[in-house]
Design a protein around this ligand. Structure first.
Ligand code: FMN
Length: 406
């Protein structure tokens, strides 16, 4: 269950072109997470979109004025609404609203409500033209807001609103990234045991070369590893993610290293291993590799009858021999006797936890969006989960391992 579920969120909209993205974000918060969302709009925001859209999606009156309201008593709602919300999120935040918050100006409903809010429970997502974003006043305001402990979502670099401007920094991140930062802000209120921990996570398959174009691999998609990496980052961990070759974007809010073969994955993992508190090996490191990769492409006429194979590196075993106080977590995919075999692997490789799945029973485990896992611990713990989305599985796994709460 996502940390967002059922939360009370105050969504502030200021007058930037990206405000249209907040409409679908609002729908997601309500439909997927059953959040209770109250929307506050500046006068400029209403030039871009009608409050009616947000009123329809949120099912409640949008706050557009300090002193007047259609259906509710105005009174001290600028204080009450703010203090009762779990989170105040201004998406998008204009250069103007950043400047106002920074200077303590409260001259409309949104800026006044922001003055009544706790900075640590307030998220600001600046979005503007690159020239505005680079202005020293905006940069100085952002520095001071960070110092005041506001939660700032960095804008992305990409195509800006007008074709003339082309690319640049200042774009509002996509819905997936915004939801991640909303979750992270809520986890930060729970004193998560993963806060500040350095966590290394691997995901995806490896490819073991037969020749310059062909390889031995497996159908791992990297979805489980990515979900774990993003979830650990939302829970406050500093995540390094080592990804095998996958067709997914890198996980949000993580440092990602890319590896092709098992040997490259071993190098990448070892390069980051020293600094880590926790290591979660969710990658499907290919166990089998050709003894020798052919140079160039093997011609049809020259296809050999046999391929000489050997075992590739057992990264998990190697890490188990160099644990030195780290928490080490493995994944195992077994078609038969999965619990017994995984338990043996846990002991043999000196792991603290192993996450077990049976791709024979759960067709979705490889490649799909859902998974059914059992978590085994070195002290005999055993927790079985039902079929869940990979995001939910990641939350359950991390909650079980590290007591991170919901
Ligand atoms: C077409 C258009 C697009 C704009 N986009 C942005 C924007 O993305 N970010 C921004 O900070 N200001 C943008 N502005 C300027 C703001 O609307 C303006 O500074 C306004 O005073 C902000 O008011 P508010 O912060 O009370 O909503 C835009 C203005 C126009 C006319």
């Amino acid at each position: 269950m996502s940390v967002l579920r059922g939360k009370s969120i105050l969504l502030g909209l200021s007058g930037g072109i990206a405000v249209y993205k907040s409409a679908s974000l609002l729908r997601r918060l309500i439909r997927d997470h059953q959040c209770n969302v109250r929307v506050v709009m500046t006068r400029s925001a209403q030039q871009f979109m009608s409050p009616l859209i947000f009123e329809t999606f949120s099912g409640t009156e949008v706050i557009t004025d300090m002193f007047h309201a259609e259906r509710e008593t105005v009174g001290t709602r600028h204080i009450d609404r703010v203090r009762s919300a779990d989170l105040f999120a201004v998406i998008p935040a204009t250069a103007n609203i950043l400047g106002k918050v920074c200077s303590g100006i409260a001259d409309d409903a949104l800026s006044t409500m922001l003055m009544a809010a706790d900075p640590e429970r307030t998220l600001l997502a600046p979005a503007m033209n690159k020239h505005m974003y680079h202005h020293p006043a905006v940069q100085e305001n952002l520095r001071r807001l960070r110092e005041m402990r506001y939660r700032i979502v960095e804008p992305e670099t990409g195509e800006l609103a007008t074709a003339v401007e082309g690319r640049g920094v200042g774009r509002l991140p996509g819905e997936h990234t915004l939801l991640h930062h909303l979750e992270k802000a809520l986890y930060a209120q729970q004193a998560s045991p993963l806060a500040g921990k350095r966590v290394l996570i691997t995901g995806g398959p490896t490819r073991e070369a037969v020749d310059a174009l062909r390889f031995i691999s497996n159908p791992s998609s990297g979805k489980m590893g990515t979900a774990l990496a993003e979830c650990a980052a939302a829970m406050g961990a500093e995540v390094t993610y080592v990804s095998g070759p996958v067709a997914l974007p890198d996980p949000v809010d993580c440092r990602t290293l890319h590896a092709g073969s098992a040997a490259e994955m071993k190098e990448a993992v070892l390069s980051a291993y020293e600094a880590q508190d926790i290591v979660i090996m969710a990658a499907a490191v290919e166990d089998i590799r050709p003894r020798k990769a052919q140079k160039g492409k093997i011609k049809k006429s020259g296809i050999p009858d046999r391929l000489e194979l050997e075992r590739s590196e057992d990264i998990l075993k190697l890490l188990g021999e160099r644990k030195e106080g780290r928490v080490l977590v493995g994944f195992s995919a077994e078609f038969e006797d999965e619990i017994e075999r995984s338990g043996a692997k846990l002991r043999e490789k000196h792991l603290d936890w192993i996450v077990v799945n049976n791709p024979g029973k759960t067709a979705a485990a490889f490649g799909g969006d859902s998974n059914k896992v059992t978590v085994l611990g070195a002290k005999g713990e055993k927790t079985e989960f039902p079929l869940l989305s990979k995001k939910e599985s990641a939350e359950k796994i991390l909650q079980t391992l590290f007591n991170t709460g919901a």
